[in-house]
Design a protein around this ligand. Sequence first.
Ligand SMILES: [Zn+2]
Length: 398
Amino acid sequence: MTGAGELLALVRSGQATTRLDLTRLSGFARSTVADRLEQLLAAGLLVATGPAASTGGRRPVSFAFNHQAGVVLVAALGASSAQIACCDLAANVLADERHAIEIAAGPERILPLVAERLKAVLELAGRADDAVRGVAIGVPGPVDVAARHVVSPPIMTGWDGVDIPRMLGLPYPGPVLVEKDANLMALGEHRTLLTTESNVLFVKVGTGVGSGIIAAGELHRGSEGAAGDIGHILGPGLNEVCRCGRRGCIEATVGGWALARELEARGRDTKACVDVVKLLRARDPEAIELVRSVGPVLGEAIAEGVSFLNPSTVVLGGDVADAEPQLLSAVQEVVYARSLPLATRNLRIRRSELGERAGVIGGAHLIIEHVFAPEAVDRELEPRPNASPPDRAAILST
Ligand SMILES: [Zn+2]
């Protein structure tokens, strides 16, 4: 139903709440607006929320997007942990869980667990299968933008080219979208806290180092999906062997796996990033000193990102950055010293406020924006010749 999607978008963005707003902003005839509103109300996507502020004469009814008109499931997979969540259509977390996983155990081991826990959080949120609008899966590796497959991921042994949605075999209506973890985190942070900013760089320091780029308000994935791969740029004077097989990548010094390797070489019991994070949280002086000492290397790489992208905000997130606040100061110092004054005069560099929930919240936004894009809504509200009465699952799926 042409036009309904556009009206829904105006309400969802907060630009319009009344018929008058909708008519003015859409340029549609009043009768068209009335008709499309009927459709959106009948589909349960809009709710009438009572009288808006009176403009004299009749008191207009205002409309709101119905955040309860379905849920989104998200699995944000990291190298060693998985956040599984059920969110409403405003990306609020209704139920969530955290699991220790070993992503390198491969998809045959990990995906059945993911499918089982997605079902569990859906039940925990008290919602049925047909309420699911879509599922987002975040992965700690590069994702082919067209095929949505993981491609040659350095830390994801056995995942290369795996069709994650097919292998998950989920019973829900709606799309299953696979996205790089740092992209989801960037989206989560942007859509929640930085909505008025157009250009944001999110840098994740966890087991690996990666980034997600928001350009002109949208995720910038690049032509293949490899944009933002900041971990594998060369650091001046670095020569450590990286997981990608090359030498001198900044990740081989700054990444959680590299920090674990360095501490282990010094005789500490650190097999993986998670062990380093535990030491940082316990305020272990040696671990803290090491993370601070690699801050300038990260700062140099971020300074290059700032020169290329000219973001208004750089957000630092991921397990390691979350566990050691001082990493931020080291990065700030280098970035402000190394970048052009024009790039830094209004630049803010701060820590992620969403912390370990950034990926989950970003995943919810990814699905919500996909499913409620104007053309997708129009398509779903098209009357179907053989669908009588219209069945809800059909309306909800894409
Ligand atoms: Zn590398």
